[in-house]
Design a protein around this ligand. Structure first.
Ligand SMILES: Nc1ncnc2c1ncn2[C@@H]1O[C@H](COP(=O)(O)OP(=O)(O)O)[C@@H](O)[C@H]1O
Ligand SMILES: [Mg+2]
Length: 231
């Protein structure tokens, strides 16, 4: 469904992605793990066309997307939940959920299904963005992307800074989204969370993928990986 081959990206002259190779199959949840500063966020931004792919190729559903503008990439069916969550803080939860453009006709989640998957958003329908907790903001950011009809969702550290009970709720949400056939590429530093939700993992260092791991491999090497990540 998504295939990156020899992807290179820069910030000015700083060469940040140095030949990223990864693929995600339909229906999978795949994580990207690695120390701070190795290029995980840049990888997601390059897929979205926010950072330019200067060399290499990115294919989605078999079509090259590395030269497309972000809006065309979103229209093709890729959604992005950035670290900063990007919700509209002056609008209510319900307004945030009716605002996103439906980029793929027929694929956008109906409000009813959103509220079934995210009961907290139903309860907080009338609350404005600024009064939401970190966990509620994260749920809303994910829900907004589902409203657009994205078939592949890129999430950047959705559990960062959240309490364990909320992290567990986010895990349940990810499993439910997957059950509805949505594919997810997830940047995650919480190894235990990652093994709880994902099928496969990529370990990144210095702008490259250094290892591809099955969930069983990741689980059995948890201690070593935690040490590697320095978390
Ligand atoms: N907007 C930017 N301008 C210049 N350098 C950046 C920018 N964003 C990130 N970087 C640098 O690129 C490298 C990779 O960053 P990033 O992709 O955010 O890493 P990660 O998400 O793995 O922590 C880091 O060295 C970071 O300092
Ligand atoms: Mg990052």
């Amino acid at each position: 469904m998504l295939k990156l081959h020899d992807v290179h990206a820069y910030y000015d002259e700083s060469h940040v992605l140095r030949g990223v190779e990864l693929n995600v199959n339909p229906g999978e949840v795949v994580t990207l793990v690695g120390r701070n500063g190795v290029g995980k966020t840049t990888t997601l931004k390059t897929i979205m066309g926010i950072v330019r792919c200067r060399k290499g190729s990115i294919a989605f559903d078999g079509r090259p997307i590395e030269s497309l503008p972000s809006n065309a990439i979103a229209a093709a069916g890729i959604g992005f939940v950035p670290e900063e969550r990007g919700i509209m803080s002056t609008l209510s939860v319900a307004e945030n959920l009716t605002l996103p453009p439906l980029v793929r006709n027929g694929d956008g989640w109906p409000l009813e299904r959103i509220y079934q998957t995210f009961p907290i958003l139903k309860e907080r329908q009338r609350a404005v963005g600024t009064t939401l907790s970190g966990g509620e903001q994260q749920m809303l950011a994910i829900a907004r992307v589902l409203r657009t009809g994205a078939k592949l969702i890129l999430m950047d550290e959705p559990t960062e800074g959240l309490a364990p009970v909320i992290v567990e709720q986010i895990g349940n949400v990810i499993r439910e989204i997957k059950a509805h056939g949505v594919t997810i590429l997830l940047v995650e530093q919480n190894v235990r969370f990652a093994t709880g939700v994902a099928d496969r993992h990529y370990l990144m260092a210095h702008g490259r993928i250094i290892e591809a791991l099955t969930n069983a491999e990741m689980t059995s090497r948890e201690t070593e990986l935690l040490e590697h990540l320095g978390v």
